[in-house]
Design a protein around this ligand. Structure first.
Ligand SMILES: Cc1cc2nc3c(=O)[nH]c(=O)nc-3n(C[C@H](O)[C@H](O)[C@H](O)COP(=O)(O)OP(=O)(O)OC[C@H]3O[C@@H](n4cnc5c(N)ncnc54)[C@H](O)[C@@H]3O)c2cc1C
Length: 513
């Protein structure tokens, strides 16, 4: 029997957290807004609490993953690389660990790249390949690479059809996809070009489908075909639709594996990696940028931050703008039972809503033969919160009190409720999926993994769509690298390094301490 919510400490804390969220948001703003909108806002916050409560009762206790954002005790582990012999940690007289080269002098890298996800690793690799003499360090807070977005995504090689012509996304996705193919070929990494159908199920979607076709053409996406209902049935016999775009160049790969191979390339070229080093402050002194971590200071002439879900926090450490802010949106997947995988042959996607391009149910075949359904998008209660029960109160408060989130939530509360409802009630989620595969039944779906998207949001509540890079003296920040950043990663790495080359004069001889 399911334990009652009050016998259930974690369920109770979920409910308590939700109610606190509701009360505090409501009361904090009570004096500045009209009564009616206060009621609506309170309703949204209550929905978080109520839905937490409902899921607590429905699904019972689930383990809370310990927050990886907690500072770890210092240890003296040397950096992970072939440079480990070159740079070792010693105590300075002021008891702060600094890293020293073979000669015993303080190690000052030419460039340090913060973030061991696919964007940081592609950048580190590109720096070492293009400038072999540069001393480059990669700094990651986790004990391994790809613990967050890069290791928890759909594994799709995107074609580039969706993005506004002329945008960085459009350019870097198409270029990155081609580079990714060549890279996988060269390294023997398995990938498949399984194609994708973007399916309109009723007349109201046809205008947006035509717009997408036009975008794809302008972005130079190869081989697009417009299919009628018979064409859809030929490619996907179980799929319902009246018209669809078929993109043959959309594929599937393990982005975690790809980016670990980037790290291997960078290590082989001489980069040092500091794993388990969380950057807690960034300061610039005498032309050197100091990265403070609980395990010591890492010094570099220049720094590039690629912090994913914490990209805004890293930028703010050294005077970066408050906006855009990262609001975390969790996406839960379902997995089709293996005996039902014949229902789906390639990727099946809906026609996206231009306001929320990442929303909508997706059918995604994985390289191992699994078919993933989703992900959806609901507010995550922690930036690295991979279940409904992962709650980080300061981070949740930070998101709820951001004016941009507040504006988005009040404007699109119905969309938010819809996503949350489908998140909690599997039959509702399956109903959305049945629009494309009518044969699908709730019992055909198993619970799957989850990922959290780092969604950059402006103070006016608009979702920042394009990739965003921001620079100041000695530092470049990647402020927004959402999907398709994995597909685009090699092109993003090139873009950042070319930009850094202009800003930082990387051609000059390396510094010595
Ligand atoms: C659910 C989901 C599905 C997706 N599907 C696809 C897809 O199919 N195809 C595609 O192309 N893209 C997809 N994406 C997007 C893609 O995964 C991301 O855009 C990409 O992984 C971003 O890489 P990143 O390196 O910027 O971020 P991350 O992979 O999140 O890496 C950031 C790293 O920075 C580290 N870090 C943060 N703060 C600090 C600090 N203070 N000190 C040290 N280190 C720090 C983190 O620990 C982390 O390892 C998806 C994303 C999600 C969430």
């Amino acid at each position: 029997m399911q334990p009652s919510v009050f016998q259930h400490p974690r369920s109770f804390s979920g409910l308590f957290g939700g109610i606190c969220g509701a009360l505090t948001v409501s009361s904090a703003r009570h004096d500045i807004v009209a009564c009616m909108s206060d009621v609506r806002r309170c309703g949204i916050s209550c929905a978080l609490g109520v839905s937490t409560f409902v899921e607590s009762v429905a699904f019972g206790l689930r383990p809370i993953r310990p927050s990886s954002h907690v500072l770890r005790p210092a240890d003296r582990r040397p950096p992970e690389s072939n440079g480990a012999t070159r740079a070792s940690a010693r105590k300075s007289p002021c008891a702060m660990t600094v890293f020293r080269g073979k000669d015993g002098c303080e190690m000052i890298y030419d460039i340090a790249v913060v973030g061991g996800g696919i964007v940081g690793l592609a950048t580190t690799r590109e720096l070492k390949l293009r400038f072999p003499a540069l001393r480059v360090a990669g700094v990651e807070k986790e004990d391994g690479f790809n613990q967050h977005q890069t290791g928890r995504n759909s594994g799709v090689i995107h074609s580039g059809i969706y993005y506004k012509p002329g945008s960085l996304k459009a350019k870097l996705c198409v270029e990155g996809r081609k580079l990714a193919w060549a890279y996988c070929e060269q390294k023997g990494i398995e990938y498949k070009q399984i194609g994708k159908l973007i399916v309109a199920t009723d007349e109201s979607e046809l205008g947006r489908l035509d717009d997408l076709w036009e975008r794809g053409r302008k972005n130079g996406v190869e081989g697009l075909e417009m299919l009628d209902a018979a064409g859809i049935a030929q490619r996907e016999p179980h799929c319902n639709g009246i018209k669809a775009i078929f993109s043959p160049v959309t594929g599937s790969v393990d982005w975690g594996l790809v980016s670990r191979t980037y790290a291997d390339d960078a290590k082989a070229a001489g980069a040092d990696f500091y794993l388990g080093y969380e950057v807690t402050d960034i300061a610039r002194r005498g032309g050197v940028t100091i990265l403070s971590t609980p395990r010591g200071e890492i010094q570099a002439r220049y720094v590039i931050t690629c912090g994913g879900l914490y990209s805004d926090k890293l930028a703010k450490m050294i005077g970066g703008a408050r906006d855009p802010k990262i609001i975390p949106f969790r996406g839960d997947y379902l997995i089709l039972r293996p005996e039902k995988s014949h229902l789906v042959k390639g990727n099946i996607y809906p026609v996206p809503d231009p306001e929320f391009p990442f929303l909508g149910v997706h059918f995604t075949p994985r390289l191992n033969g699994e078919i993933w359904l989703g992900p959806n998008a609901v507010l995550a209660f922690a930036r690295e919160g991979y279940s409904f029960f992962d709650i980080n109160p300061p981070e949740l408060w930070d998101a709820l009190t951001y004016p941009g989130f507040f504006k988005l939530a009040t404007k699109y509360w119905q969309v938010g409720f819809g996503e949350m409802y489908r998140n909690l009630v599997r039959s509702a989620y399956v109903k959305a999926l049945q629009r494309y595969i009518p044969e699908l039944q709730p019992e055909d779906c198993l619970p799957g993994p989850a990922g959290v998207r780092a969604q950059a949001m402006a103070a006016d509540g608009s979702l920042v769509d394009d990739f965003v890079f921001e620079g100041s003296e000695g530092v470049v920040h990647v402020r927004n690298a959402p999907s398709p950043a994995a597909t685009s990663s090699l092109a993003i790495g090139k873009y950042i390094v070319e930009d850094a080359q202009k800003r930082f004069d990387l051609g000059r001889a390396t510094v010595t301490a």
